[in-house]
Ligand binder design. Structure first.
Ligand code: PMT
Length: 410
C-alpha cells in the first residue's frame, strides 16, 4: 500500500494536534502510524482538547498526552526539549491558521509552538481551515515562509467544509498524511538529472509599442522548476515575461518572443535529461513587425499572421532527445486533443489542463491535470500549483524509470 513499507518501524512520531474540527481525523492518523510500526506521542493545544478528548489519543497512542508547557510533572517526566529531541518527525495535524502563523513567526507561547521551535527533526504540517482563511494572503505568506524554512506542507485538500462552504482548506486524509510521512525524504527522485523547463507567455510584437500575448502567468512552470529543484535536479528555466521571482538555484534565461524561446530551448535541450514545455507559446506571430507605430486609419484592418516554430515538436525530433513532456491547454475535447498532441509531436508524456474556466489553468493559483503517456494516464486533482507540480515531477520520474526498465528488458 505504501511507498516505503517498513520505514516507520520503531520511528518516533510526535503528533501535534491544534484546535480544528479535523482533530478527530488525527485519531485515525495515530492508528495508521502505529500500524506501520511507529511509536506515537501526542501533544494537544487547549483548543484541540475542546474538539477531542486527550483520553482518545492516550488510548490510541498508548502514551500519555502532553498539553502544558509549564506543567511541573510533565517537565520532570519529559519536558519540551527532551520531547523535541525524542522525535524523528514532528507532524502538526490539524495545523490551524493560528498555529501556522505562530510557527512561521517563531512565537512560543504554548507547548506545541515551543516544540516546533525546539524541533531539529523534519517537520510536516497538515493545514486545516475555512477556505477563505486558507486563501487570505497572510496565511499564504505564512505557508511560503514555513516552506522556505524546510517545513513539508501536506495538502490541504478541496471539498465540502464543516462550516458549510466548499473549497480548499480540508485537512488531507490520514492515509495521505501517513503516505507522505513514509516517503523517504532523502530519496530525491530526480537526483543528478538536468531539467529544462519553459514557462510563461510569449509576446509577439506588431509594432514598437504593441504585441499579441496570452494570459499565462508562469506560475505552473515556475512551480515545476521549484519542484524539480526540490527533487534533486539542476534546472534551467526559459521564461517568457512574467512578474514572478526567479526560483532560487535555477538558471533562468529570459526571453520575449516565440522565436527567442525556440532558440533558447533548442540551444540547451540536448544537454538536458528532461524537457517540460509549460510555456504558452504563441502559435502565430505577426508576419511583419512595423518599425513605426501603426496609425489608426480604416474602420477595419487585417493582420497577417505567420505560424511559429513548434518548440516542443522540434525538441522531440532531436536525435538524442531529452524525456519530452508537453502541456495541452484546452477549452473542449481535452482528452482527444491531448492524445493527438502526444502522438503527433512524438512526446513521452503530455499534461492536459482545462483553460478558460472558473478554476485552474491560466493565471490561477490552482490547477488540475490529466496526464497521458503511451498506454496510460493519471488524473491529478485540483490543488495549488506547487503541490500539483510536485506530483507531476514524481510522475515524470516514475515514467522515466518505467521506460528505462522497459528498454533494458526489451
Ligand atoms: O502560466 P500559468 O498562468 O500558470 O498557466 C499555466 C498554463 C495553462 C499556461 C500551463 O499549464 C499550460 O497549459 N501550458 C501550455 C499552454 C499551451 O500553449 O498549450 P498548447 O496546447 O497550445 O500547446 C501544446 C504544447 O506545445 C505546450 O507544451 C506548448 O508549450 C507547446 N508549444 C506550442 C506552440 C509552439 N510554437 N511551441 C511549443 O512548444
Amino acid at each position: 500500500m505504501f511507498q516505503f513499507p517498513g520505514i516507520l518501524i520503531n520511528k518516533h512520531i510526535l503528533l501535534a494536534v491544534s484546535g480544528g474540527i479535523a482533530a478527530y481525523k488525527s485519531a485515525e492518523l495515530v492508528r495508521l502510524l502505529r500500524k506501520q510500526g511507529a511509536t506515537v506521542r501526542v501533544v494537544m493545544t487547549r483548543s484541540a482538547m475542546q474538539f477531542v478528548s486527550p483520553l482518545t489519543f492516550q488510548a490510541l497512542s498508548g502514551n500519555p498526552v502532553h498539553s502544558e508547557l509549564l506543567d511541573a510533572n510533565e517537565e520532570n517526566a519529559m519536558g519540551h526539549i527532551s520531547l523535541a529531541r525524542w522525535a524523528d518527525a514532528l507532524i502538526i495535524a490539524p495545523a490551524t491558521a493560528n498555529t501556522l502563523a505562530k510557527c512561521s513567526h517563531g512565537l512560543a507561547d504554548d507547548l506545541l509552538s515551543t516544540l516546533y521551535l525546539a524541533a531539529t527533526c523534519p517537520v510536516y504540517v497538515a493545514p486545516s481551515m475555512n477556505q477563505a482563511m486558507w486563501h487570505k494572503p497572510v496565511t499564504q505568506e505564512n505557508i511560503q515562509k514555513l516552506k522556505s524554512h524546510g517545513v513539508i506542507v501536506i495538502g490541504p485538500g478541496q471539498g465540502d467544509q464543516a462550516c458549510g462552504e466548499t473549497g480548499f482548506g480540508r485537512m488531507s486524509e490520514p492515509l495521505e498524511i501517513c503516505r507522505q510521512l513514509m516517503a523517504d525524504p532523502t530519496a530525491q527522485c530526480l537526483n543528478g538529472l538536468k531539467v529544462l523547463i519553459s514557462a510563461g507567455p510569449t509576446r509577439e510584437p506588431l509594432d514598437p509599442v504593441r504585441y499579441i500575448t496570452n494570459r499565462s502567468s508562469g506560475k505552473m512552470g515556475y512551480a515545476l522548476a521549484d519542484a524539480a529543484i526540490k527533487a534533486g535536479a539542476k534546472v534551467t528555466l526559459v521564461s517568457g515575461p512574467v512578474s514572478l521571482s526567479a526560483p532560487v538555484n535555477a538558471d533562468v534565461v529570459s526571453v520575449e518572443t516565440a522565436a527567442q524561446m525556440h532558440a533558447a530551448v533548442m540551444s540547451k535541450a540536448a544537454e538536458h535529461d528532461i524537457y517540460i514545455g509549460a510555456a504558452a507559446v504563441a502559435d502565430y506571430s505577426p508576419a511583419l513587425m512595423e518599425n513605426e507605430k501603426i496609425k489608426k486609419q480604416a474602420e477595419q484592418t487585417t493582420l497577417t499572421l505567420q505560424k511559429t516554430r513548434d518548440i516542443l515538436a522540434d525538441v522531440a525530433q532531436l536525435p538524442d532527445r531529452p524525456f519530452t513532456v508537453g502541456f495541452a491547454a484546452e477549452t473542449h475535447d481535452l482528452e482527444q486533443y491531448a492524445l493527438d498532441k502526444l502522438a503527433r509531436k512524438n512526446l513521452d508524456m503530455i499534461a492536459a489542463n482545462w483553460v478558460g474556466r472558473d478554476q485552474g489553468g491560466f493565471d490561477s493559483d490552482q490547477n488540475a491535470l490529466q496526464v497521458f503517456w503511451k498506454n496510460g494516464q493519471k488524473k491529478l486533482a485540483m490543488t495549488d500549483k506547487n503541490h500539483l507540480a510536485e506530483q507531476l515531477i514524481s510522475l515524470i520520474a516514475e515514467r522515466m524509470e518505467h521506460e528505462r526498465h522497459d528498454k533494458n528488458t526489451a
